[in-house]
Design a protein around this ligand. Structure first.
Ligand code: GLN
Length: 453
């Protein structure tokens, strides 16, 4: 069948099913069919690559030329991006077809997708529950078969946590592996884009398109990109797995722990050995992250001033009124909370007490990983302390919501790659296994995940 037929089938399925999940903010059927027609022409001319004609969805944080790019916010509800993110451009060049833009927590701040201006996303496994966040729309779309694969971003867990709660595969690459150009900034020293897919093999195909140096992102790494699919079948014999004591402590649900232990037995059967390690500063990742991320966010979000682009209030009295009302009306509750925390932490007199200290803790967390990864090849553990929770359950308790990120935040602080792969169920809800590797070891993570599946 042709890419046009394939694309048509996916679009029809989304139109029929997505009312239940709210995974998409924008559908782009005309653009998709146009891209599919091009892909079919390329195939007929014998110029097709591995990705030609394959439909995907993009998180609505990536700028897409001529298409609304909302970042889940009222602030950008009227924003049509004038250029493509590098990541979007790379998929276009590879011949991919964009089905639409997926729902997300406003400006990627959240762990449940309840902070979206476009309403919550529902978990396809149980629609009374959250899909996780902030890439909840991408995770739900892949889990509900409303997209074969999607892109996401991860600042503190936003690829891995929704992947775990929706029973799919999510990979956060090493900081700098994928260009951030045209990806709306949340916390620039932590943000990284990655694939959300059904399988590790699909994630390898996606990462192949995404990864690589981009002169337009000064933090993107000039490190060669390996052939990710070529390594998938390597045997795991001799693999050394580290199990952090701190990850298997009392805060972890015992049934989740049991699923993870079962997965570890499988890896041992494949020839791996497990040994306990220490990541002594694990508990400090939440306070450090929730200073650093809001600090960077408060600075990044200062560009939304009602003047240059985005929401502008009605009939401003003067310039100050324009700023304050545009921001007051355009940003949601959680975004305002982060801006206030970040502005406070960076203000004169408080900088040393909060921001500097958080950066010092960040270094300690990174050193823990560097030391541990001298003794083991990868680290394994849970992605989340619980399975998917009910919509509304934690939404009025920000600290309870922040605690959900305990196993994911440290990797962003350290810049390391991590993957969430499906690993059984507890009471009919999916559980994720986290695999953490050394810098630029995405090929190893994909290999391990592929052998497990
Ligand atoms: N839950 C975390 C936060 O709200 C992480 C979000 C993310 O990775 N974008 O900041």
């Amino acid at each position: 069948f042709s890419s046009q037929e394939l694309t048509q089938a996916w679009l029809e399925r989304i139109q029929r099913e997505d009312a239940q999940y709210n995974a998409y903010i924008t559908l782009t059927p005309e653009l998709a069919l146009q891209q599919a027609a091009q892909a079919d022409a390329q195939r007929a001319a014998g110029q097709a690559g591995r990705f030609t004609g394959l439909p995907i969805a993009h998180k609505d944080i990536f700028c897409t030329i001529g298409v609304k790019t909302s970042c889940g916010s009222k602030m950008l509800d009227n924003f049509i991006a004038p250029y493509n993110a590098t990541l979007v451009e790379r998929f276009n060049t590879a011949g991919a077809v964009m089905l639409g833009k997926t729902n997300m927590d406003e400006f990627a701040m959240g762990s449940s997708n309840e902070n979206s201006y476009y309403g919550p996303v529902r978990n396809p496994w149980d629609t009374t529950r959250v899909p996780g966040g902030s890439s909840g729309g991408s995770a739900a779309a892949v889990a509900a078969r409303l997209a074969p694969a999607a892109t996401g971003t991860d600042t503190g867990g936003s690829i891995r946590q929704p992947a775990a709660l929706c029973g799919i595969t999510g990979l956060k690459p090493t900081y700098g592996r994928v260009s951030r150009y045209g990806m709306i900034a949340y916390a620039s020293s932590l943000d990284q884009a990655g694939p959300m897919t059904r399988t590790a093999a699909d994630a390898a195909l996606m990462l192949q398109v995404m990864a690589g140096h981009d002169p337009r992102d000064s933090t993107s790494a000039e490190v060669a990109v390996p052939d990710y699919t070529a390594q998938l079948d390597l045997p795991l014999k001799g693999l050394r797995i580290g199990l952090p004591d701190e990850y298997f402590s009392s805060s972890l649900d015992s049934q989740i722990a049991a699923q993870i232990q079962q997965a570890l037995r499988q890896f041992e059967a494949l020839g791996a050995t497990c040994k306990p390690i220490r990541l002594a500063n694990t508990a400090r990742c939440i306070p450090a992250y929730y200073i650093i991320a809001p600090a960077e966010a408060s600075s990044n979000l200062s560009r939304f001033d009602g003047v240059r682009y985005g929401y502008r209030c009605e009939e401003p009295k003067d310039l100050m009124d324009l700023y304050t009302r545009s921001r007051g009306e355009g940003f949601g509750r959680e975004v305002k909370r982060r801006i206030m925390i970040g502005t406070y932490a960076l203000s004169a007199g408080y900088y040393d007490a909060y921001y500097r200290k958080a950066q010092q803790i960040r270094r300690l967390i990174q050193q823990d990983f560097v030391e541990a990864l001298k003794e083991v090849d990868v680290i394994m553990g849970p992605v989340t302390p619980h399975t998917a929770f009910a919509i509304g359950e934690k939404n009025n308790d920000p600290v309870a919501m922040y605690m959900e990120d305990i196993f994911t935040l440290s990797l962003n602080l350290a810049g390391l790659p991590g993957m969430s792969i499906p690993c059984g169920q507890v009471a009919g809800l999916p559980v994720g296994l986290q695999i953490i590797g050394n810098y630029f070891a995405e090929d190893k993570l994909l290999n391990i995940a592929h052998q497990f599946q």
